[in-house]
Design a protein around this ligand. Structure first.
Ligand code: ADP
Ligand code: MG
Length: 426
């Protein structure tokens, strides 16, 4: 395999016997994969036409009657993540529940998700005049899907990422990144908890279930790595040690020496990721007690062999990157001194570089400034390469986070215009 030239490689292997589902054992065995099923099935994007009849309760205003109406909206919802038209980045918003602390200080909810796609930002709890908000710039946003605070982890996974997993199994690249202020729910969405595992864990679980279900003429070999970019330094989260150097090779930018891990079960992957997350750099700042200032990237690489038309065996590689970005709150919101300020500058540098790249991509510029930060180098593939990309913008409902939420929604809105290149198999 060409993948692992500069990396320490350990491989996952699938067993011959179907595994006991209850135990959720996904992987065993030393060297090769036995009896894995055909991967000929194409990734499908099912388009479901749904008629959503919903009542917008707009009462309480003078012309409430006029505003109160039942809207019957025929919306074509994409059931899944494949084929954002023209390689468009698919953008989702997830609202988290109001936190206890936020309730205690009497904060009000300033975000309303009125249907499966539309988000309104209101300053006042009683502001129910959606038609007015619709006219106000920066107050009304439409995304591929908007998840209210009651949305389960599973629903978020199936809507945003399940189809990417299918695509990766066909040798394509996919990436999902969570963007938003500290405390907005990025890590919850990506990693989740033991009881409510997030996208990273559900994706891996689904991946192995899918591999197991196929009868395949090739072998599937899966590698898992987890790294962080903190203060413009790249670190291995699964085996902490010296900083890693980024190098460009055939596969794109790789972190030299990054450990590729073998796992045996979903539970184990969860434990591995949680341990990895504990290795993430979190430091107290004035804005938050523990503010996650590092960007974490989980990479799952699947290699397998298929026969081409002339019956030659060819190697295919699919890569899924799952990214939990550092808090996007503006540096000004935190009291930065010496180290903190350097750190803040670098966090800013990475996220600023990300914004510049997004802007350059949206404007169709020839030069995209990926080289400006480690994060953008690592995300080069996901943003401008042959990759199906999904962005999940996480937001808090509290009016105390109004500015941050507006900022997050602004960037999410902008990201909708990015188009990645063809989504072909590697
Ligand atoms: P971030 O990673 O963006 O800084 P976290 O994911 O750590 O934010 O979320 C902050 C807090 O809110 C955590 O205690 C987390 O468990 C909780 N939380 C976030 N999203 C949800 C959700 N959808 N449902 C329930 N709790 C959530
Ligand atoms: Mg976090």
């Amino acid at each position: 395999p060409t993948m692992a030239n500069s990396t320490v490689t350990r491989t996952f292997v699938l067993p011959q016997q179907p595994l006991d589902d209850a135990k959720e054992n996904l992987l065993i065995g030393p060297d090769k994969i036995l009896g894995v099923s055909s991967c000929a099935r194409k990734a499908t994007t099912t388009t479901v036409k749904t008629t959503v009849a919903r009542k917008l309760s707009l009462g309480g205003t003078k012309n409430g009657q006029e505003l109160e109406k039942i809207e019957s909206i025929a919306c074509t919802e994409k059931n899944g993540t494949m084929g954002g038209d023209d390689g468009r980045i698919l953008v989702f918003v997830r609202l988290r529940p109001m936190a206890k602390k936020e309730k205690e200080v009497g904060s009000r909810c300033c975000v309303k998700i009125v249907n499966k796609r539309d988000v309104y930002l209101t300053e006042f709890a009683n502001e129910n005049d959606y038609l007015r908000l619709k006219r106000l710039r920066g107050r009304h946003f439409t995304f591929d899907a908007s998840f209210p605070d009651s949305t389960s982890q599973h629903e978020v996974y199936t809507t945003t990422t399940a189809d990417l997993v299918e695509a990766v199994l066909q040798g394509r690249n996919g990436s999902v990144f969570c963007y938003g202020a500290t405390g907005a729910g990025k890590t919850y969405t990506m990693l989740g908890t033991v009881d409510n595992p997030g996208v990273m864990v559900l994706a891996i679980k689904d991946l192995f279930t899918k591999i197991r279900q196929r009868s395949c003429d090739g072998n599937h070999v899966v590698h898992l790595s987890y790294l962080e970019v903190y203060n413009e330094t790249v670190r291995d989260l699964l085996s902490p040690g010296r900083p890693l150097v980024l190098r460009e090779d055939k596969q794109g930018i790789v972190a030299a020496g990054l450990t590729q891990y073998r796992a045996y079960s979903t539970d184990e992957v969860m434990a591995l990721l949680q341990r990895g997350n504990q290795n993430r750099t979190t430091e107290p700042t004035c804005a938050n007690e523990t503010s996650s200032r590092s960007h974490a990237i989980l990479q799952v690489v699947i290699e397998y062999r298929v026969k081409d038309a002339s019956m030659n065996v060819i190697n295919r590689v699919g890569k899924l990157s799952l990214i939990d970005l550092a808090g996007s709150e503006r540096a000004l919101a935190t009291d930065q001194r010496t180290l903190r300020s350097l750190e803040g500058a670098n966090i800013n540098r990475s996220l600023l570089a990300l914004s510049s790249c997004i802007n350059a991509l949206v404007e169709g510029k020839k030069h995209i400034p990926y080289r400006n930060s480690k994060l953008t180098q690592l995300l080069k593939d996901s943003l401008g390469g042959a990759c199906n990309t999904v962005m999940i913008a996480n937001i808090s409902p509290s009016n105390l986070s109004f500015g941050e939420t507006q900022n997050t929604l602004h960037w999410a809105d902008r990201a909708k215009e990015i188009r990645t290149k063809a989504c072909e198999a590697n």
